[in-house]
Write a protein that binds this ligand. Structure first.
Ligand code: KG4
Ligand code: ZN
Length: 344
């Protein structure tokens, strides 16, 4: 089994995974309530929370499935990209365990984890029959909105990305403005259920010459303009309609880009992953679109869509199997994607 560790942002997570992708145990701790009073993630608070949470989570995965260290054959840890202080907690812990227990170590790119998450399995979930490489993957969260052509393990071609805010950020900024706190994506989702998606007209940006890129800054400005001189009472009275209309604009853009990318690449396997894929309207609309296009869709359950260590363990397991590994010089890097390929 591979032990996976994820601490790149504000979720601490540890997993034990069989090399075929079966998750034996996953334990995660969200820091949402710690950061909520600040209206955003405070990096120093995040690192301290990871430091406190990580080793108890390691103990917890062994307890959950009754496994012992003797069954572990490698350690995979997210080493990039992310908040540097947060990443360091995971990397230093993984290096120490690797040294103390003489186990192979591998550093994993966090985005690679999200892209491979559809292949995870457990007692309740397994990927769609026939879902396989190559596929189109939308990784959509608070930190990323990226569209990839995934050809194989280690071959990820970035074909579209946001040029400003990530979709989750667009949800969170809106949620804050309409009094739903931080991070408020899931609350927008809940309020939208009783609202009218056509009550307000929000822009859906398509970028000239770069049809697969995303931009959410115009949407945000438009929302700020509409609400400029609204009282709190008026916002509250219109909240459901505002949420439904704003959410619809984001979902329209995400589904539109998936379909366009599918037409441009000819890919008939789709995967959607990342925290925003928890959005019920996005799930509904992308499923509808996939069915009407005759496309195989992998929509992993939320525990594998949000930041989690099982996806990191899977990417690490496949890389270790290919003979790759890291040594004690492994370091964390905050850097974002560069160029068209991720060299994970
Ligand atoms: O993947 P994730 O847990 O962390 C990273 O950002 O990497 O994603 C968190 C993001 C937040 O922006 C949150 O507001 C958004 O996902 N989110 C949602 C929903 N649930 C979480 N956005 C819209 N609808 C939801 N149901
Ligand atoms: Zn993520």
């Amino acid at each position: 089994m591979i032990l996976g560790i994820e601490s790149s942002c504000d979720d601490t997570s540890v997993a034990l995974l069989e090399p075929n992708g079966f998750v034996r145990a996953l334990s995660s701790l969200s820091q949402d309530t710690r950061h909520a009073p600040f209206g955003g993630i405070v990096p120093e608070v995040a690192s301290r929370q990871h430091t406190e949470a990580l080793l108890p989570l390691v103990d917890s995965v062994f307890q959950k499935c009754g496994a012992s260290w003797r069954e572990v054959t490698g350690i995979a840890v997210t080493s990039r990209p992310g908040l540097i202080g947060s990443l360091l907690v995971g990397v230093v812990t993984a290096k120490t365990l690797s040294l103390a227990l003489d186990l192979p170590l591998i550093g994993v790119n966090h985005i690679e984890g999200h892209l491979l998450a559809p292949f995870l399995r457990d007692d309740q979930y397994q990927p769609n029959e026939g879902f396989d490489f190559p596929y189109l993957a939308l990784a959509v969260s608070g930190g990323h909105t990226h569209l990839f052509r995934v050809e194989d393990v280690g071959s990820y071609f970035l074909i579209g990305h946001t040029v400003d805010d990530a979709a989750g950020e667009a949800f969170d900024k809106f949620a804050k403005r309409v009094g739903l706190g931080f991070p408020g994506g899931h609350k927008v989702d809940e309020w939208a259920r009783s609202g009218n998606p056509r009550a307000y007209e929000f822009p859906r940006a398509r970028l000239e010459g770069k049809p697969l890129n995303f931009s959410f800054s115009g949407l945000k400005s438009s929302m700020m303009r509409i609400l400029e001189d609204w009282s709190d009472d008026r916002v509250e009275a219109s909240r459901a309609d505002l949420c439904a209309s704003y959410q619809e604009a984001i979902v329209d853009v995400l589904v539109d880009r998936m379909q366009l990318a599918s037409q441009m690449t000819g890919l008939k396997n789709w995967a959607v992953t990342g925290g925003v894929s928890a959005n019920s309207r996005l799930r509904e609309r992308v499923l509808e679109r996939a069915q009407s296009q005759g496309t195989r869709l992998a929509l992993p359950p939320l525990r594998y869509c949000t930041d989690n260590a099982a996806m990191i363990a899977l990417a690490g397991a496949w890389r270790l199997k290919r003979g790759e590994s890291a040594d004690q010089s492994l370091s964390a890097s905050s850097g974002h994607l560069q160029g068209d390929w991720i060299q994970a």
